[in-house]
Write a protein that binds this ligand. Structure first.
Ligand code: M6R
Length: 615
């Protein structure tokens, strides 16, 4: 989704804004732009393409070393990606400049009205409508920027994070949010505005996260004012100390963030259970769960809402919760749940899973569940994110910033958190034997070592990638706990390599997908020794008899599948329930290498955004 950066202070703004935009590249975008104020004029430079293209263009267009600037990476919603539709957008007078992340849903009638009043539009965007609406309000009611922004925002329907600058009052930037994230970095005599804190982490570790429906008047040499857009009431700014550091958001010697994040998994899984899992004492303690234990224990069922990879983690959790804690679980795509009049009651516990904590559909599903009186528990990675604030309680995954658009460490840490919750409930309910409970705790504690071992499949994954990199299609099959892993493997491949891939429960193959199998079709089968091993061996035989190319993920030492498969990837032995934490690793590596060999942009795949803050 779009990325926003702004600076007002004493330093040269351009390098801060450009570097900030680069940090936000992971969000996904198709064009970029900057506006600098040189003390007299607004200098604008915009282009379709990457921030590096913007830099090239700006080296001629931007000659100022002004100390106020705003910049934007655009992920197109209204209007194709081109130079004109890129942000910032100027108002008709040329006085106001705006950057915007989100969608103004009622832009069409507003635009019509403004055209009647003589406004001219150069782009197809909803954002240009908003900046002219602000200008119209300003003129008509003779208002200062902050007030005009507030009046205009009360007329719009939709979602936004915006930063607006007015050259008539150049000591101020006005920022506001509803539904899209916005952080303000507070330095000594300087302020930073950004979609997340990564653009300003090296300048200040003090940040204010605007809440939905709030706006900020960010003024040089004056205290910042934060107020509610609706009723103008003032809000005390809550300054948060950031936990993130610069190292975490840099590549650390890896070619891509995705690869770095795949390799971080042994450590971040440890971070996820640190202080929560005490295997020797037989204790699992998570504040959000302990404080609400009764709600979990009295729940008629658990409804999990999520999107994409987080939804796959939810599917794994369904198997784990039902097996360990004997609670009925339903896993819902947040985007379907929110629009299908679901039956929710006050005895339901809803678990919302989201890496970013900003996904619009998941957020809407949470609001719906709350309206029906359900208790909503969040599993988020980004600390202070909208979903972590909207839910009644929750548990962070502590995976650290995930920059690669393809989720990897978010998935395994989400499963780790959900497994711990299931184990805690199992203990309280007595649904697992004591010995099984202790065995799982012990095994979870050593899972990072097994993940490390699974990472040793990298060379094998690379070799297999070189064979199948040009395949047009690929099938992923798994059973039980590893069915969601098959879905996740297929998603990883399609999103970063653009190869069409499908994940299926292996037994479902014969109800349709088997028709696809011929000697051209690579089939990745997740076949660890535990679980439904014999059944999956039969499925592999079915593929073999139709000449499909079999790539099997097997437990070390396996001989049966090895005889049938064209390629095998060996992983360490694990219990069935914890196997997704291991089986997913070679699949991440396989898709990574295929994408690299196909020359794809691994960290920023086409059309995708890291956090999907629009419907
Ligand atoms: O931030 P969230 O976990 O809510 O994001 C959900 C999906 O958009 C996300 O998992 C997406 O599917 C990833 N690109 C998958 O790699």
């Amino acid at each position: 989704m779009c990325g926003i950066v702004g600076y007002i202070g004493y330093r040269e703004a351009y390098p801060i804004v450009i570097k900030g935009l680069k940090r936000l590249e992971y969000r996904g975008y198709d064009s970029a732009g900057v506006m600098l104020y040189d003390g007299e004029e607004l200098k604008l430079c915009k282009t379709k393409g990457k921030v590096s293209d913007l830099e090239k263009k700006a080296s001629k267009a931007i000659t100022t070393n002004g100390t106020i600037g705003i910049g934007h990476t655009r992920w197109a919603t209204h209007g194709v990606p081109n130079d004109v539709n890129s942000h910032p957008h100027l108002s008709n007078s040329g006085d106001l400049a705006i950057i915007h992340n989100g969608i103004i849903e009622n832009y069409a009638p507003l635009k019509e009205e403004l055209i009647k009043r003589g406004y001219v539009f150069h782009s197809d965007t909803d954002t240009e409508v908003l900046v002219n609406l602000i200008e119209e309000v300003q003129k008509k009611e003779n208002l200062k920027l902050g007030k005009a922004v507030q009046v205009a925002l009360n007329q719009v329907v939709g979602a936004y994070a915006i930063a607006v600058f007015d050259k008539k009052n150049p000591n101020e930037i006005v920022a506001a949010r509803l539904g899209s994230p916005l952080a303000i970095g507070v330095g000594e005599g300087e302020y930073f505005i950004a979609s997340d804190a990564s653009p300003f982490i090296e300048y200040t570790s003090n940040a204010i996260y605007l809440e939905d429906g709030e706006m900020a008047n960010i003024r040089l040499h004056k205290a910042m004012k934060i107020r509610k857009i609706k009723d103008d009431s003032l809000v005390d700014p809550y300054i948060q100390e950031l936990q993130m550091n610069l190292e975490q958001i840099e590549k650390g010697g890896y070619d891509h963030f995705m690869l770095k994040e795949i390799y971080e998994q042994p450590n971040v899984i440890k971070d996820t259970y640190r202080g929560r899992l005490h295997a020797n004492e037989g204790i699992i303690q998570m504040a959000g769960v302990e404080d609400n234990l009764e709600k979990f224990l009295n729940a008629d069922r658990i409804i999990i809402v999520a999107c994409g990879t987080s939804w796959h983690a939810g599917l794994v959790a369904e198997y784990i919760f039902e097996e360990f804690a004997r609670i009925s679980v339903e896993v819902e795509y947040a985007s379907e749940f929110r629009y299908r009049n679901p039956i929710i009651n006050s005895k339901d516990v809803v678990i919302a899973i989201s890496q970013s904590g900003e996904t619009a559909d998941t957020m809407a599903a949470i609001k719906l569940a709350k309206e029906h009186g359900a208790f909503v528990f969040g599993v988020c990675n980004v600390v202070g994110s909208s979903i972590s604030r909207e839910t009644h309680a929750g548990a962070y995954t502590h995976a650290g910033p995930e920059i690669g658009v393809a989720s990897t460490k978010a998935f395994t840490t989400q499963i780790t958190v959900l497994t711990m919750i299931a184990l805690r409930l199992a203990k309280a309910k007595g649904t697992l034997s004591n010995s099984a409970f202790h065995a799982y705790l012990q095994e979870l504690e050593i899972i990072p070592e097994k993940v490390k071992e699974a990472l040793e499949t990298n060379e094998k994954a690379k070799e297999i990638a070189s064979v199948f990199k040009d395949a047009p299609n690929c099938l992923y099959l798994g059973r039980g706990y590893n069915f969601p892993v098959a879905l996740e493997g297929a998603l990883k491949l399609k999103e970063i390599s653009y190869i069409h891939a499908e994940g299926y429960p292996a037994a479902e193959m014969k109800h349709g997908p088997i028709a696809l199998i011929d000697e051209q079709m690579p089939v990745v089968v997740i076949a660890p020794k535990q679980g439904h091993y014999d059944k999956i061996v039969s499925n592999i035989q079915e593929i073999k008899s139709r000449s499909g190319k079999i790539i099997a993920v097997v437990t070390k030492g396996d001989t049966q599948v090895r005889e049938l498969a064209d390629y095998v990837i060996e992983i360490p032995e694990t219990s069935d329930a914890l196997s997704p934490l291991i089986t997913t690793i070679p699949l991440q590596l396989l898709s990574y290498h295929i994408a690299v060999m196909r020359g794809c942009n691994v960290d920023q795949p086409r059309n995708l955004a890291k956090s999907v803050t629009v419907e």
